[in-house]
Every structure is written in C-alpha cells, then in structure tokens.
Design a protein. Structure first.
Ligand code: NAD
Length: 358
C-alpha cells in the first residue's frame, strides 16, 4: 500500500487561491507518477471568511491543521482589513504555536537570464538561508506609551534565547553537512551594534566545535546584503536571526529571479511543518490569472522533500528548471505572456519527462 500524506491547504487571500490551485494540480500528478497518495483538506481562512464571520482562525480548525503531516499556504493579507490582523492571526499563529523555528529559504537561480546581476550563472547563485522563525522583534513584546501625543514612546523588544539560538544554529550546521557543497556555514548578525547578538556569536562558536568538517564564516548583515549582490557565490549555507533573515531573503529572491519563484519552509523537524511561496497576496493581481504559480510549485517540492518524497520533489524542481532554461516560461513576473493556468499546464505536461534518479 502506498504511503498517504495528509495536507492542510490554506489558500488564503488575493492571488493565493490561484497559485495554490496550480500547486495542487502538480501535487496530485506527481503523487500518481511517483506512487504515493495525498489527502488534502482545504481551510478557507482569510479575508472573506473574516468579513463574513469575524473569525480569524477558529480553535477547531487550528486543532485539525495541527494534526496533518504538512501545511501548504498561499498568501494572507487583504487591503480591506487592518494591516497585520490576518497575517498575525494566521501565519504568525502557525509559526509560533506550532513552534516552526526554522525558516528555510533556498536561493537558487535556474536560468542565467532570470538574474539581474551581470555575469552571474546558476553555479554562482545557489545557497540556503536558515532564518530563525520564532524570536527577535517578532515575539510581539511591544507597547505604546502616550500614544498619539507629542510625547509618544513606542517600544518593541528584540528577544533571543539560548535555546532558540542554539537549535537553529545546530539545524544549520546539520544542513550544511548534509548538503555537502562547500561545507561552509556563514553566521549573519549585527553583533557589533546589537550587542545582544553576542549570544549568537558565542553559540555559533560553541556548537561549531562539534562540526569540525564545516568551515565557520561570518558577515554583518549590512555586508551580507552587499555580498549577496556582489559575490553570491561566496554563500553556501547561511544562518541568521528572524528580522535580518526576513530582509536578506527578499533581496536574495531578486537574484534568483524574483518573488515569482521563491519558496520557503517553516519547519520544526519531525513535526507538522508549513510550506509557502514567500510572496504575499499581491492584491493588484488577484483574480486576474496573471501571477506566477512557480513559487507555490517550488513550495510543494519543498514540502514533498520534507515528507520524504525526494523523487517527486526532484521531479518538480527539474521540470521547473527545464522550462525556465528553455524559456518556455520566459519570466517570473506577471508579464511572462503566460497565464497562471498556462504555466501550471506547462509544468503538468512536462513532469513525466523529467530526468530524476530511479
Ligand atoms: N506569507 C504571506 O502570506 C505574506 C507575505 C508577504 C506579504 N503578505 C501580505 O500580502 C499583502 C500584499 O503585500 P505586498 O504587496 O507587500 O507583497 P506581495 O508579495 O504580495 O507583492 C509585491 C509585488 O510582488 C509581485 N508579485 C508577488 N507575487 C507575485 C507572483 N506570484 N507573480 C507575479 N508577481 C508577484 C507583484 O508585483 C506585487 O505587487 C499584504 O497584506 C501583506 O501583509 C503576506
């Protein structure tokens, strides 16, 4: 009997449902080709649900989602709703309450013409960013005093715990070792100015001693942004804090071709984890069938890799890479000349022919 994977699907807002529809078509097809089953359950949460019911994420739905093997998320956010309300109530709730402490972001260029940098090839842009996903300023310890007056004080605490820092650093060392590319791990921080990051420096050194085969490297976040543009080939695996990772990975998305291809995993190893395109709901393109579904397709590939379906994951990646290299999908923006559905069709048609290890 083939294996079955239970997937919670939160398509969300804006372009979310359109791109997730394509992701699910591809998921079903690779399951048929590679011999596993998928039980997908959709949760129609997001702006429409909130406007109708005033519910953001009902407890019963949360309990169900928690019991699945993985979660596929489209995008959350709608201009009709107060900024951050749904994003915090749905995405942040999942990240914090499921303790998804790793945000894994592959930065991989599949075809040279998609890179805005001069003379950079797919060999040059191929690294992994491991972003801490549960602490930092995002822990929500904030407040306003004398709000709306000339004397207003606004504060938000940056939180790092030894446990939180150590587990994500350890994950990154393991990943650099498994990846086996150049076996280098770069710590990106701002310990010269944010002195609390000394905890990162010390933990990185201490944990790093257990990984003598991995070269330890370091860059301050400002310099890391510069290297990301000037010499992306210097990076193999990168570990960083929540806020710096948030910023660095959007910059990194641009050198791999844009938000139309960039995917991420929100992971707690061994537990239910969440996979999503890194883009948001792009409200201006909602309902127009013009958004690139490839970031979601790559999120599906990451999810399958996590679930142990490595052949199916490789099949999706190889198919997308081939379509981009051949320019059958010429670009990753809304101006590709192909609709969201047509891009899905192209991927679907090509899956069977992908060269993947037996
Ligand atoms: N994880 C998430 O669900 C998530 C992430 C980021 C932003 N958001 C939310 O999404 C809403 C819109 O945010 P934003 O405009 O800052 O970011 P966005 O990522 O939605 O869009 C930024 C721009 O990128 C382009 N783009 C994004 N995805 C694309 C795709 N698949 N194909 C083609 N072009 C694409 C569009 O030009 C778009 O205007 C906000 O409510 C925000 O809070 C949600």
């Amino acid at each position: 009997m083939s294996k079955e994977h239970a997937i919670a699907v939160l398509a969300g807002d804006g372009i979310g449902p359109e791109v997730v529809r394509q992701g699910l078509r591809i998921l079903e097809r690779v399951a048929a080709i590679d011999g596993f089953r998928v039980r997908a359950t959709s949760y129609p949460l997001g702006a429409e649900h909130y406007l109708k019911t005033k519910e953001i994420f009902p407890d019963a739905a949360f309990r169900e989602v928690k019991d699945q093997d993985a979660i596929l998320l489209g995008a959350i956010g709608d201009p009709r709703i107060e900024v951050g309300l749904l994003e915090f109530g749905i995405i942040a709730k999942l990240r914090f309450e499921l303790d998804l402490f790793v945000n894994l972001r592959p930065v991989k260029l599949y075809a040279e013409h998609l890179c805005p940098l001069k003379n950079k090839t797919p060999e040059d842009v191929d690294f992994l960013v491991v972003r801490e996903n549960t602490e930092d300023a995002y822990a929500g310890m904030r407040g306003f005093f004398k709000k709306g007056t000339p004397d207003e004080v606004a504060t938000q605490e940056i939180i790092f715990t030894r446990k939180g820092v150590e587990r994500v650093i350890r994950y990154a060392f393991d990943l650099a070792r498994r990846r086996g590319r150049t076996k280098k791990l770069t710590l990106v921080d701002k310990a010269n100015a944010v002195r609390a990051m000394d905890l990162w420096t010390r933990t990185f050194e201490e944990v790093g001693r257990e990984y003598p085969d991995i070269t330890r490297d370091h860059a301050y976040i400002d310099a890391a942004c510069m290297w990301c543009v000037k010499n992306p080939e210097w990076f193999d695996t990168v570990v960083t804090s929540n806020m710096f990772g948030d910023i660095l990975t959007d910059l990194a998305a641009m050198i791999q071709g844009g938000l139309g291809i960039a995917a991420s995993g929100n992971i707690h190893p061994g537990r239910v984890s969440l996979f999503e395109p890194i883009h948001g709901s792009a409200p201006k393109y909602a309902g127009q069938n013009v958004a690139s579904p490839l970031a979601t397709v790559m999120a599906v590939a990451m999810m399958l890799e996590y679930l142990g379906e490595t052949r199916a994951a490789a099949r999706i990646e190889e198919t997308v890479a081939g379509l981009l290299r051949s320019k059958r999908i010429p670009s990753l923006g809304s101006d590709s000349g192909l609709s969201t559905t047509q891009i899905g069709d192209l991927v679907l048609e090509s899956l069977e022919r992908a060269k993947v290890p037996a």
